[in-house]
Design a binder for this molecule. Structure first.
Ligand SMILES: Cc1ncc(COP(=O)(O)O)c(C=O)c1O
Length: 370
Protein backbone atom coordinates (compact mmCIF):
# COMPACT_ATOMS: atom_id res chain seq x y z
CA UNK A 1 0.00 0.00 0.00
CA UNK A 2 1.47 3.35 -1.02
CA UNK A 3 0.35 6.60 0.52
CA UNK A 4 -1.28 7.45 -2.85
CA UNK A 5 -3.90 4.75 -2.55
CA UNK A 6 -4.55 4.82 1.18
CA UNK A 7 -8.03 5.82 2.24
CA UNK A 8 -6.84 7.69 5.33
CA UNK A 9 -9.70 7.56 7.77
CA UNK A 10 -8.07 8.43 11.08
CA UNK A 11 -9.52 11.45 12.89
CA UNK A 12 -6.57 13.62 11.85
CA UNK A 13 -4.41 14.16 10.03
CA UNK A 14 -7.12 13.99 7.40
CA UNK A 15 -6.70 13.70 3.62
CA UNK A 16 -5.60 16.82 1.76
CA UNK A 17 -7.03 17.61 -1.71
CA UNK A 18 -4.46 17.70 -4.51
CA UNK A 19 -4.71 21.48 -5.03
CA UNK A 20 -4.26 22.07 -1.27
CA UNK A 21 -1.15 19.87 -1.24
CA UNK A 22 0.20 21.78 -4.24
CA UNK A 23 -0.47 25.15 -2.58
CA UNK A 24 1.46 23.96 0.46
CA UNK A 25 4.43 22.99 -1.70
CA UNK A 26 4.80 26.32 -3.51
CA UNK A 27 8.11 28.23 -3.22
CA UNK A 28 8.70 30.02 0.06
CA UNK A 29 7.95 33.70 0.54
CA UNK A 30 9.15 36.20 3.10
CA UNK A 31 6.81 35.92 6.07
CA UNK A 32 7.36 39.64 6.72
CA UNK A 33 6.55 40.64 3.15
CA UNK A 34 3.41 41.62 1.21
CA UNK A 35 2.80 38.14 -0.29
CA UNK A 36 2.46 36.52 3.11
CA UNK A 37 0.40 39.44 4.44
CA UNK A 38 -2.12 38.89 1.63
CA UNK A 39 -2.30 35.16 2.34
CA UNK A 40 -2.74 35.73 6.06
CA UNK A 41 -5.50 38.31 5.50
CA UNK A 42 -7.42 35.89 3.34
CA UNK A 43 -7.00 33.04 5.83
CA UNK A 44 -8.14 35.12 8.80
CA UNK A 45 -11.21 36.33 6.89
CA UNK A 46 -11.94 32.84 5.59
CA UNK A 47 -11.91 31.33 9.08
CA UNK A 48 -14.42 33.77 10.60
CA UNK A 49 -17.66 32.28 9.26
CA UNK A 50 -16.67 28.81 10.48
CA UNK A 51 -15.85 30.13 13.95
CA UNK A 52 -19.03 32.21 13.86
CA UNK A 53 -17.20 35.32 14.89
CA UNK A 54 -16.58 38.82 13.59
CA UNK A 55 -13.21 39.09 15.38
CA UNK A 56 -9.93 37.89 13.90
CA UNK A 57 -8.86 34.34 14.87
CA UNK A 58 -5.17 34.04 15.77
CA UNK A 59 -2.84 31.66 13.90
CA UNK A 60 -0.15 29.92 15.95
CA UNK A 61 2.37 27.46 14.58
CA UNK A 62 1.83 24.31 16.63
CA UNK A 63 -0.62 21.43 16.84
CA UNK A 64 -4.00 21.51 18.55
CA UNK A 65 -2.49 20.69 21.92
CA UNK A 66 -0.40 23.85 21.62
CA UNK A 67 -3.68 25.69 21.06
CA UNK A 68 -5.12 24.20 24.25
CA UNK A 69 -2.00 25.23 26.15
CA UNK A 70 -2.18 28.72 24.64
CA UNK A 71 -5.78 29.08 25.84
CA UNK A 72 -4.80 28.12 29.38
CA UNK A 73 -1.65 30.21 29.78
CA UNK A 74 -3.14 33.31 28.17
CA UNK A 75 -6.34 33.32 30.22
CA UNK A 76 -5.41 32.13 33.70
CA UNK A 77 -3.17 32.82 36.65
CA UNK A 78 -1.63 30.19 38.93
CA UNK A 79 -4.14 29.24 41.63
CA UNK A 80 -7.21 30.10 39.51
CA UNK A 81 -10.01 27.62 39.97
CA UNK A 82 -11.04 25.82 36.78
CA UNK A 83 -13.95 23.48 36.06
CA UNK A 84 -12.94 20.85 33.55
CA UNK A 85 -15.93 19.20 31.91
CA UNK A 86 -14.53 16.02 30.47
CA UNK A 87 -15.59 12.69 29.06
CA UNK A 88 -12.52 11.39 27.32
CA UNK A 89 -8.84 11.69 26.48
CA UNK A 90 -8.93 15.23 25.10
CA UNK A 91 -11.08 16.70 27.86
CA UNK A 92 -8.64 15.15 30.32
CA UNK A 93 -5.71 16.61 28.42
CA UNK A 94 -7.16 20.13 28.64
CA UNK A 95 -7.52 19.65 32.41
CA UNK A 96 -3.99 18.25 32.71
CA UNK A 97 -2.54 21.31 30.96
CA UNK A 98 -4.36 23.65 33.35
CA UNK A 99 -3.05 21.60 36.26
CA UNK A 100 0.50 21.63 34.90
CA UNK A 101 0.46 25.43 34.89
CA UNK A 102 -0.80 25.70 38.46
CA UNK A 103 -4.57 26.03 38.15
CA UNK A 104 -6.77 24.39 40.78
CA UNK A 105 -8.72 21.96 38.63
CA UNK A 106 -12.16 20.54 39.52
CA UNK A 107 -12.98 17.67 37.19
CA UNK A 108 -16.55 16.97 36.16
CA UNK A 109 -16.37 13.56 34.50
CA UNK A 110 -19.13 12.11 32.37
CA UNK A 111 -19.03 8.43 31.48
CA UNK A 112 -16.99 7.99 28.34
CA UNK A 113 -19.35 7.72 25.38
CA UNK A 114 -21.96 10.02 26.93
CA UNK A 115 -22.41 13.74 26.48
CA UNK A 116 -21.50 16.31 29.14
CA UNK A 117 -24.58 17.38 31.10
CA UNK A 118 -25.56 21.06 31.44
CA UNK A 119 -27.36 20.25 34.70
CA UNK A 120 -24.21 18.69 36.13
CA UNK A 121 -22.25 21.78 35.03
CA UNK A 122 -24.72 24.11 36.78
CA UNK A 123 -24.53 21.96 39.94
CA UNK A 124 -20.73 21.90 39.88
CA UNK A 125 -20.60 25.67 39.57
CA UNK A 126 -22.97 26.02 42.52
CA UNK A 127 -20.62 23.83 44.53
CA UNK A 128 -17.57 25.81 43.31
CA UNK A 129 -18.73 29.40 42.86
CA UNK A 130 -15.16 30.68 42.58
CA UNK A 131 -14.53 28.95 39.24
CA UNK A 132 -12.79 31.36 36.90
CA UNK A 133 -12.90 29.29 33.71
CA UNK A 134 -14.84 26.32 32.39
CA UNK A 135 -13.12 23.97 29.93
CA UNK A 136 -15.36 22.24 27.38
CA UNK A 137 -14.70 19.80 24.57
CA UNK A 138 -17.02 20.27 21.61
CA UNK A 139 -16.19 17.01 19.91
CA UNK A 140 -14.48 14.33 22.04
CA UNK A 141 -12.42 12.54 19.40
CA UNK A 142 -11.53 9.63 21.70
CA UNK A 143 -15.16 8.53 22.09
CA UNK A 144 -16.98 9.95 19.06
CA UNK A 145 -19.23 12.20 21.15
CA UNK A 146 -20.34 15.71 20.22
CA UNK A 147 -21.35 17.90 23.13
CA UNK A 148 -24.03 20.55 22.99
CA UNK A 149 -21.80 23.58 23.58
CA UNK A 150 -24.64 26.10 23.56
CA UNK A 151 -26.53 24.33 26.38
CA UNK A 152 -23.33 23.92 28.37
CA UNK A 153 -22.44 27.60 27.98
CA UNK A 154 -25.98 28.56 29.02
CA UNK A 155 -25.48 26.53 32.18
CA UNK A 156 -22.21 28.37 32.83
CA UNK A 157 -23.72 31.81 32.21
CA UNK A 158 -26.70 31.21 34.52
CA UNK A 159 -24.71 32.68 37.42
CA UNK A 160 -24.14 35.88 35.43
CA UNK A 161 -20.56 36.25 36.60
CA UNK A 162 -19.24 38.75 34.08
CA UNK A 163 -15.62 37.62 33.96
CA UNK A 164 -16.09 33.82 34.01
CA UNK A 165 -14.50 32.32 30.90
CA UNK A 166 -15.56 29.45 28.68
CA UNK A 167 -12.72 27.81 26.75
CA UNK A 168 -13.77 25.32 24.09
CA UNK A 169 -11.67 22.64 22.45
CA UNK A 170 -13.10 22.64 18.95
CA UNK A 171 -10.09 20.88 17.44
CA UNK A 172 -12.12 18.15 15.72
CA UNK A 173 -15.34 20.09 15.16
CA UNK A 174 -14.90 23.66 13.95
CA UNK A 175 -14.98 23.75 10.15
CA UNK A 176 -17.16 20.64 9.93
CA UNK A 177 -19.89 21.14 12.52
CA UNK A 178 -21.92 24.30 13.17
CA UNK A 179 -20.14 26.57 15.63
CA UNK A 180 -20.97 30.09 16.73
CA UNK A 181 -18.36 31.64 18.96
CA UNK A 182 -20.13 35.00 19.15
CA UNK A 183 -23.66 33.57 19.22
CA UNK A 184 -22.88 31.00 21.91
CA UNK A 185 -20.74 33.41 23.96
CA UNK A 186 -17.58 31.28 23.86
CA UNK A 187 -14.43 33.08 25.01
CA UNK A 188 -11.68 31.00 23.46
CA UNK A 189 -12.26 28.47 20.68
CA UNK A 190 -9.42 26.30 19.43
CA UNK A 191 -9.05 24.20 16.28
CA UNK A 192 -6.23 22.57 14.28
CA UNK A 193 -5.35 22.68 10.58
CA UNK A 194 -5.16 18.88 10.18
CA UNK A 195 -8.78 18.19 11.11
CA UNK A 196 -11.85 19.63 9.33
CA UNK A 197 -9.72 22.07 7.36
CA UNK A 198 -8.35 19.58 4.78
CA UNK A 199 -4.84 20.90 5.44
CA UNK A 200 -1.61 19.42 6.76
CA UNK A 201 -0.79 19.54 10.49
CA UNK A 202 1.11 22.50 11.88
CA UNK A 203 -1.29 25.31 12.72
CA UNK A 204 -3.73 26.00 15.49
CA UNK A 205 -6.37 28.64 14.90
CA UNK A 206 -7.88 30.33 17.93
CA UNK A 207 -10.86 32.62 18.30
CA UNK A 208 -10.66 35.06 21.23
CA UNK A 209 -13.62 37.06 22.57
CA UNK A 210 -13.51 40.62 23.94
CA UNK A 211 -14.05 39.23 27.46
CA UNK A 212 -11.09 36.92 26.89
CA UNK A 213 -8.85 39.79 25.79
CA UNK A 214 -9.74 41.67 28.99
CA UNK A 215 -8.92 38.64 31.15
CA UNK A 216 -5.76 38.00 29.16
CA UNK A 217 -4.43 41.39 30.27
CA UNK A 218 -4.72 40.21 33.91
CA UNK A 219 -3.60 36.58 33.46
CA UNK A 220 -0.13 35.79 34.81
CA UNK A 221 0.65 32.19 33.84
CA UNK A 222 4.09 32.00 32.21
CA UNK A 223 4.07 32.22 28.43
CA UNK A 224 6.35 33.31 25.65
CA UNK A 225 6.00 31.51 22.28
CA UNK A 226 2.23 31.17 22.69
CA UNK A 227 1.60 34.71 23.99
CA UNK A 228 -1.66 36.06 22.50
CA UNK A 229 -0.48 39.67 22.85
CA UNK A 230 2.51 39.03 20.64
CA UNK A 231 0.33 37.17 18.14
CA UNK A 232 -2.25 39.97 18.01
CA UNK A 233 0.32 42.75 17.69
CA UNK A 234 1.87 41.00 14.70
CA UNK A 235 -1.47 39.90 13.24
CA UNK A 236 -2.47 43.56 13.04
CA UNK A 237 0.41 43.88 10.56
CA UNK A 238 -0.64 40.57 8.94
CA UNK A 239 2.42 38.69 10.08
CA UNK A 240 3.34 36.44 13.01
CA UNK A 241 5.74 36.97 15.93
CA UNK A 242 7.87 33.97 14.95
CA UNK A 243 8.46 32.11 11.69
CA UNK A 244 5.12 30.54 10.80
CA UNK A 245 4.50 27.25 8.99
CA UNK A 246 4.29 29.17 5.70
CA UNK A 247 3.39 26.12 3.64
CA UNK A 248 0.55 25.16 5.95
CA UNK A 249 -0.85 28.69 5.93
CA UNK A 250 -0.86 28.61 2.13
CA UNK A 251 -2.46 25.17 2.10
CA UNK A 252 -5.13 26.46 4.46
CA UNK A 253 -5.73 29.45 2.19
CA UNK A 254 -6.45 27.07 -0.69
CA UNK A 255 -8.59 24.80 1.49
CA UNK A 256 -10.65 27.77 2.67
CA UNK A 257 -11.27 28.72 -0.95
CA UNK A 258 -12.64 25.23 -1.57
CA UNK A 259 -14.70 25.40 1.62
CA UNK A 260 -16.10 28.79 0.74
CA UNK A 261 -17.05 27.52 -2.73
CA UNK A 262 -18.88 24.56 -1.21
CA UNK A 263 -20.60 26.80 1.36
CA UNK A 264 -20.99 26.42 5.12
CA UNK A 265 -24.42 24.87 5.12
CA UNK A 266 -23.47 22.34 2.45
CA UNK A 267 -20.36 21.37 4.42
CA UNK A 268 -22.38 20.87 7.60
CA UNK A 269 -25.04 18.90 5.71
CA UNK A 270 -22.39 16.70 4.08
CA UNK A 271 -20.90 15.86 7.47
CA UNK A 272 -24.35 15.04 8.87
CA UNK A 273 -25.15 12.82 5.90
CA UNK A 274 -21.84 11.01 6.00
CA UNK A 275 -21.97 10.49 9.75
CA UNK A 276 -25.39 8.90 9.39
CA UNK A 277 -24.30 6.78 6.46
CA UNK A 278 -21.40 5.36 8.42
CA UNK A 279 -23.43 4.76 11.57
CA UNK A 280 -26.15 2.99 9.60
CA UNK A 281 -23.61 0.88 7.75
CA UNK A 282 -21.84 -0.11 10.95
CA UNK A 283 -25.17 -1.07 12.52
CA UNK A 284 -26.01 -3.08 9.41
CA UNK A 285 -22.85 -5.11 9.97
CA UNK A 286 -24.04 -5.93 13.48
CA UNK A 287 -21.59 -3.67 15.31
CA UNK A 288 -22.39 -1.14 18.00
CA UNK A 289 -21.33 2.45 18.39
CA UNK A 290 -19.39 3.46 21.47
CA UNK A 291 -21.18 6.82 21.74
CA UNK A 292 -24.75 7.15 22.91
CA UNK A 293 -26.76 7.65 19.69
CA UNK A 294 -28.14 11.08 20.62
CA UNK A 295 -24.60 12.46 20.94
CA UNK A 296 -22.94 10.57 18.06
CA UNK A 297 -20.41 12.76 16.29
CA UNK A 298 -20.58 13.61 12.60
CA UNK A 299 -16.77 13.90 12.37
CA UNK A 300 -15.55 10.75 14.14
CA UNK A 301 -17.22 7.43 14.86
CA UNK A 302 -16.03 5.06 17.55
CA UNK A 303 -17.12 1.46 16.94
CA UNK A 304 -17.15 -1.28 19.57
CA UNK A 305 -15.71 -4.59 18.44
CA UNK A 306 -17.56 -7.80 19.37
CA UNK A 307 -16.59 -9.39 22.68
CA UNK A 308 -13.65 -11.74 22.23
CA UNK A 309 -12.23 -9.84 19.23
CA UNK A 310 -9.30 -7.48 19.57
CA UNK A 311 -9.87 -4.26 17.64
CA UNK A 312 -6.33 -4.44 16.28
CA UNK A 313 -7.37 -7.49 14.19
CA UNK A 314 -10.12 -5.55 12.46
CA UNK A 315 -7.90 -2.49 12.12
CA UNK A 316 -5.22 -4.70 10.51
CA UNK A 317 -7.80 -6.33 8.22
CA UNK A 318 -9.05 -2.95 7.06
CA UNK A 319 -5.52 -1.73 6.50
CA UNK A 320 -4.86 -4.71 4.20
CA UNK A 321 -7.85 -3.47 2.21
CA UNK A 322 -6.45 0.05 1.90
CA UNK A 323 -8.41 1.75 4.69
CA UNK A 324 -6.51 3.19 7.65
CA UNK A 325 -8.56 3.78 10.81
CA UNK A 326 -7.45 4.60 14.35
CA UNK A 327 -7.36 2.45 17.46
CA UNK A 328 -8.98 3.28 20.77
CA UNK A 329 -6.97 5.33 23.28
CA UNK A 330 -6.08 4.47 26.85
CA UNK A 331 -8.47 1.86 28.33
CA UNK A 332 -10.39 1.71 25.05
CA UNK A 333 -7.40 0.29 23.18
CA UNK A 334 -8.46 -3.10 21.82
CA UNK A 335 -12.13 -2.45 22.55
CA UNK A 336 -12.97 0.08 19.83
CA UNK A 337 -11.70 1.49 16.57
CA UNK A 338 -12.30 5.04 15.37
CA UNK A 339 -13.13 6.29 11.90
CA UNK A 340 -12.45 9.93 11.01
CA UNK A 341 -14.89 11.56 8.60
CA UNK A 342 -14.16 15.26 8.64
CA UNK A 343 -12.91 17.59 5.95
CA UNK A 344 -12.16 15.99 2.60
CA UNK A 345 -14.60 13.09 2.69
CA UNK A 346 -17.56 11.98 0.60
CA UNK A 347 -20.09 9.14 0.51
CA UNK A 348 -17.80 6.94 -1.55
CA UNK A 349 -15.10 7.07 1.14
CA UNK A 350 -17.63 5.81 3.65
CA UNK A 351 -18.67 2.98 1.35
CA UNK A 352 -15.01 1.99 1.03
CA UNK A 353 -14.67 1.97 4.82
CA UNK A 354 -17.73 -0.25 5.15
CA UNK A 355 -16.56 -2.61 2.42
CA UNK A 356 -13.16 -2.95 4.10
CA UNK A 357 -14.80 -3.52 7.45
CA UNK A 358 -17.08 -6.18 6.00
CA UNK A 359 -14.06 -7.93 4.48
CA UNK A 360 -12.07 -7.73 7.70
CA UNK A 361 -14.98 -9.10 9.71
CA UNK A 362 -15.49 -11.98 7.33
CA UNK A 363 -11.82 -12.87 7.53
CA UNK A 364 -11.91 -12.69 11.30
CA UNK A 365 -14.87 -15.06 11.53
CA UNK A 366 -13.20 -17.42 9.05
CA UNK A 367 -10.04 -17.50 11.10
CA UNK A 368 -11.97 -18.21 14.24
CA UNK A 369 -13.72 -21.14 12.60
CA UNK A 370 -10.43 -22.81 11.64
C1 LIG B 1 -10.60 17.11 20.43
C2 LIG B 1 -9.12 17.17 20.28
N1 LIG B 1 -8.42 18.00 21.07
C3 LIG B 1 -7.09 18.11 20.99
C4 LIG B 1 -6.38 17.35 20.09
C5 LIG B 1 -4.91 17.47 20.05
O1 LIG B 1 -4.50 17.96 18.83
P1 LIG B 1 -3.00 17.69 18.29
O2 LIG B 1 -2.88 16.23 18.12
O3 LIG B 1 -3.06 18.46 17.00
O4 LIG B 1 -2.08 18.26 19.27
C6 LIG B 1 -7.05 16.47 19.26
C7 LIG B 1 -6.31 15.60 18.32
O5 LIG B 1 -6.78 14.56 17.91
C8 LIG B 1 -8.45 16.38 19.35
O6 LIG B 1 -9.13 15.56 18.56
Amino acid sequence: MTDQNINLRVPGPTPVPEEVARAGARPMVNHRGPEFAAVMSEVVEGLKPFFGTTSDPLLLTCSGTGGLEAAIVNMLSPGDEVLSVTGGVFGDRFADIAQAFGATVRRLQSDWGTASSPIAVADALQAHPGVKAVLLTHNETSTGVTNDVLSLVEAVRRDALPDRLVLVDGVSSIGALPFSQDGWDVDVAITGSQKAWMSPPGLTMIGVSERAWDEHARATMPRFYLDFSKARKNADKRTTPFTPAVGVVRALQQALQLMSAEGLESIFARHRRIGERLREGVGGLGLELFAEPSAASDTVTAVRVPAGTDASRLIGGMRKRGVVVASGQEWLKGAIFRVGHMGFVDDQDIDLVLAALRGAMAEELLEKAV
